[in-house]
Design a protein around this ligand. Structure first.
Ligand SMILES: [Fe+2]
Ligand SMILES: [Fe+2]
Length: 558
């Protein structure tokens, strides 16, 4: 790997520089709030100390960034103090968003301070505080850099499926701490987090606590550079809104999409690249959100007043936007293709159209039939996913075959919309031209306790083979009375589109360097995938280079 120098923003966790202890008298005097008397006559006040601090881009990454955080209880006068070089500090008040978890009854308080009218390509410092911040004398401090204007060179990183380092939570692993450190070592301008953030829905009686452990783990990176997420199936939670996404939507302030579904999908532009973040649960066939198998009901805390969740209940979101997301996607891609300042289109989503994982989920035909034709029509260059906890790179693909799949059980023909590769070997010079086809990357090796590095193969030929989900796998009664099961992928196809698979490690990070090129010349993106060898079974901090992909094309102003 290529670790960089520590960046200009100071120590990884600014709060590591401890403030002197604050006396209770000082705390209440500074808080400016009425102290309540408890049964022993002791004072008690809501704790508005910021935690889980993270950044996201605003509508224009060269001009706007949002600082978001949570606090254990309601904050009083939550605010950011922004410091630009050579300028007076500016005070920005934060907006509160809350929700009450429908399973354990905990109310979660989050705060969002939009920083607007920033200077392009500039470094900023900021601090986050509130009147009832226990550390208000030395508040949490972070920093960030805005995107430059026009075409410029920049780096971003990506993975999905992170979880938390707290091993008492289902699917959490200490590797998620190393994964956050890996982002910091590569110092990207921003990071794409491809869904399945913390698996709170696998811990249904403690969802807000899992989110807090996730937020405090990513803070040492996400408070220093935007982390841009997309929702995964494990962000869909019982008790939290019509689509189970209230926890996710409350915590993240994301660019507006102008539809009835803010926060689920969005786009933003950095330099000559348009990034499009999608919510694939809207189009996939797979039922993979919150699910209670049984036996016996799942019981929300009595304070919620909610009914028990019966065995066999799942939250299935396919089609929830009524096509609104796909219409937004087509309009967004069409506008990008009319803009000769945009050379590259990068899509982020959680679930996979091309994955030959043997023990994971596999491919979803819903993405293939709904969105791949749009990726073809408008020339999407890269699709970055997670969901299967491994690394796989596809050949460039365009179009599909409708007669290449078969039912996994009966062998009968099934239309899997098998993507067609436009190349099946490394090109001369090792440089791909994605004008000919879209390359899909599975980057699901964030930091869960369930890494996967096993891939399907045709038992007769040994050639790569993939599972495909072509119909809903809703819960069905299983062999054990009162216990429900969901079946896996229903179809198989030859994975003629699979170019590279990592069988060594199920953990890694992709690092992308965009070279804008010279006027009327060529532009390129170099992707280097680093994996954590030796991370199983013990966590490992070191990440080594496994795969390099270079894509290049003429600039669109050429
Ligand atoms: Fe996952
Ligand atoms: Fe997933």
């Amino acid at each position: 790997m290529n670790p960089r120098q520590p960046d200009r923003h100071g120590p990884a966790d600014p709060r590591a520089a401890e403030a002197p202890p604050i006396s209770r008298r000082e705390f209440f005097a500074g808080a400016g709030v009425a102290a309540l008397l408890g049964p022993e006559g002791e004072a008690a006040v809501a704790d508005g100390t910021p935690e889980q601090v993270h950044l996201t881009w605003g509508a224009d990454p060269s001009r706007s960034v949002v600082v978001s955080w949570a606090s254990p209880a309601q904050s009083i006068n939550p605010r950011v103090v922004l410091q630009a070089p050579g300028h007076d500090a500016a005070l920005v008040h934060a907006v509160q968003r809350t929700y009450t978890d429908g399973m354990n009854g905990q109310t979660v308080f989050t705060y969002h301070a939009p920083l607007a009218d920033l200077a392009p390509g500039e470094s900023y410092r900021y601090s986050v505080t509130a009147d009832n911040d226990a550390r208000r004398h030395a508040p949490f401090a972070g920093g960030f850099r805005t995107a430059a204007l026009g075409r410029f060179a920049f780096r971003w990183t990506s993975y999905g499926d992170l979880a938390t380092p707290v091993t008492s939570w289902a699917l959490s692993s200490p590797q998620s701490r190393h994964a956050v450190d890996a982002v910091e070592r590569f110092e990207p301008l921003f990071h794409l987090l491809n869904g399945d953030l913390c698996y709170a829905n696998m811990n249904p009686t403690a969802q807000p606590v899992v989110w807090a452990d996730f937020g405090n783990n990513v803070q040492r990176s996400a408070a220093r550079r935007p982390w841009m997420p997309c929702p995964g199936n494990h962000e869909i939670e019982f008790g939290n809104g019509e689509h189970g996404l209230d926890a996710y939507l409350t915590r993240y302030s994301l660019p507006d999409n102008g539809t009835r579904y803010p926060g689920r999908w969005y786009s933003f532009r950095v330099g000559s690249a348009l990034f499009v973040s999608l919510a694939a649960d809207d189009v996939i066939y797979q039922d993979s959100g919150a699910f209670h198998a049984g036996p016996g009901p799942l019981l929300p805390a009595p304070s919620t007043g909610r009914a028990p969740i019966e065995p066999g209940t799942s939250i299935y979101l396919r089609g929830y936007s009524g096509g609104e997301q796909t219409r937004w996607l087509e309009a967004t891609l069409a506008a990008a293709r009319r803009d000769t300042g945009i050379d590259w289109i990068i899509v982020q989503m959680h679930q996979d159209a091309l994955s030959s994982s043997r023990d994971g989920n596999g491919c979803d035909k819903g993405i293939r039939e709904t969105w791949l034709p749009l990726f073809d029509r408008y020339g999407v260059d890269l699709v970055l996913c997670g969901h299967d906890h491994d690394y796989e790179r596809s050949w460039p693909v365009r179009g599909c075959r409708h007669d290449a799949g078969r039912d996994a059980a009966s062998g009968a023909p099934v239309d899997t919309c098998q993507p067609l590769p436009v190349a099946t070997s490394e090109p001369p010079g090792g440089v791909f031209d994605t004008r000919l086809g879209t390359i899909h990357l599975i980057l699901g090796g964030g930091g869960t306790s369930a890494p996967l590095r096993t891939y399907g193969s045709n038992p007769a030929t040994g050639a790569p083979q993939a599972k495909v989900i072509t119909r809903p796998n809703r819960p069905l009664p299983g062999a054990v009375p009162g216990v429900f099961i969901k079946s896996g992928a229903d179809a198989l196809e030859e994975a003629v589109w699979s170019a590279r698979r990592d069988s060594v490690s199920g953990y890694g990070i992709a690092v992308f360097d965009l070279d804008p090129g010279a006027a009327r010349g060529r532009t390129s993106i170099t992707m280097r995938y680093y994996h954590a060898t030796g991370a199983e079974p013990a966590p490992a901090a070191a990440y080594q280079l496994f795969d390099t992909l270079i894509i290049a094309k003429d600039r669109r102003d050429a």
